[in-house]
Design a binder for this molecule. Structure first.
Ligand code: TXA
Ligand code: MG
Length: 344
């Protein structure tokens, strides 16, 4: 199969919508990461997503809609969910709601809930409107790789596996949406993202973060969000997350780096703009600025992919505080590191 990467003008969006209505796949930009879309209501089309990604079939998909009103046929919506949609949609908030029978079990892995989200991106919204059907879309990466934040990342993973990629440039947020379980007794963040716990508290004073967000699953434990079960985001090299005061972190990163280089290994340090002067003469890649934590979210996945492209074998990454968007950043960093954290 040939993969077309196209500029998302009106004609391209109509062509993409036709493909989706015909049961094919299209990769498209959202404000978080690129998605790999299929008609969410077509039980023949959705399995193609799993095939193209190499994704385990027990990992449910997010259903994307063009407007809050489009959720009513798909899921049971209560007052609290309506208030959240009004406050945060379009935007990086996915709601888990009790599903209605129209959802084929292949879309939500046969669970009682379905994940719904209205993305904040003109191309995604134009595509959804043109399709006229809800679109199931996981991140458009091969399973296990970092989520794609540019069309080039999608092409690197899915060339020959999808007919069309709409190229909308780099994604603004850079990390996947917050997944909020509204079917739990207490509303629970099962995946942190751009809409933070602090932002949600205004609408849901009791909102909590699932404790599995910041630790590995225990043997035999069932994931609240099945996607959290799998090895995720991990580069091929060994990534260690280094946590502590800036001076101590820099010292530890340098020591580990020099040890790796002495063993003939390719090494790199992922550092914040404020700290990169501490690593003069070493191979460093900046991953945003502590003064603007959104920039760290924006840079992280591209940096992880760049480590693979450069064949880095040892990667030392500075940690952030788990406040605001920092919780989402650390959740992804910890998984990329396989929970290899060095506290100094
Ligand atoms: O920002 C995003 O959310 C992107 C863009 C494309 O919208 N999509 C995305 O999808 O990240 P995906 O499939 O890579 O991640 C969806 C996560 C997975 O961890 C999945 O297990 C969880 O949401 N999920 C989906 N439906 C669920 C359900 N019914 N119950 C529990 N977890 C669910
Ligand atoms: Mg994903």
């Amino acid at each position: 199969m040939q993969t077309l990467v196209v500029k998302p003008d009106e004609a391209a969006i109509l062509r993409a919508a036709e493909l989706i209505r015909a049961g094919e796949l299209v990769a498209f930009p959202t404000e978080t990461v690129y998605g790999l879309g299929a008609n969410a209501l077509d039980a023949q089309a959705v399995p193609r997503i799993y095939q193209a990604k190499g994704r385990p079939g027990d990992n449910p998909l997010i259903v994307h809609v063009a407007a809050p009103e489009a959720v009513a046929p798909l899921a049971f919506v209560d007052e609290r969910a309506l208030a959240l949609m009004a406050a945060f949609w379009p935007g990086p908030l996915t709601l888990l709601l009790p599903k209605k029978p129209i959802i084929p079990s292949v879309t939500n892995a046969g669970l009682p809930s379905v994940a719904v989200r209205m993305p904040d991106h003109p191309v995604a919204l134009a595509l959804l409107a043109a399709c006229g059907v809800p679109v199931a879309a996981p991140s458009a990466n091969r399973s296990g790789r970092p989520s794609p934040t540019t069309a080039a990342h999608v092409l690197a993973d899915l060339q020959g596996r999808v007919p069309m990629i709409l190229d909308g440039g780099a994604c603004a947020v850079g990390l996947e949406s917050t997944v909020l379980d509204m079917t739990a007794e207490v509303p629970t963040i099962v995946r942190p993202g751009g809409v933070t716990q602090e932002m949600l508290r205004r609408y849901l004073p009791d909102v909590r973060v699932a404790d599995s967000v910041m630790r590995p699953l225990r043997p035999g434990e069932k994931a609240v969000s099945p996607g959290m079960m799998y090895r995720h985001y991990a580069p091929s090299g060994q990534l260690t997350l280094v946590k502590g005061t800036p001076g101590a972190v820099a010292q530890a990163c340098k020591a580990q780096y020099e040890q790796a280089v002495a063993q003939g290994k390719r090494a790199c340090i992922l550092a914040f703009a404020e700290n990169s002067h501490r690593y003069a003469g070493l191979t460093v890649r900046q991953i945003g600025s502590l003064a603007a934590p959104d920039t760290i979210a924006h840079e992280l996945f591209a940096a992880l992919r760049a480590m693979d492209d450069a064949g880095m074998e040892i990667i030392l990454c500075e940690a952030v505080a788990t406040e605001g968007i920092g919780l989402a950043v650390m959740n992804r960093m910890c998984r990329a590191a396989g929970f290899r954290v060095l506290e100094v």
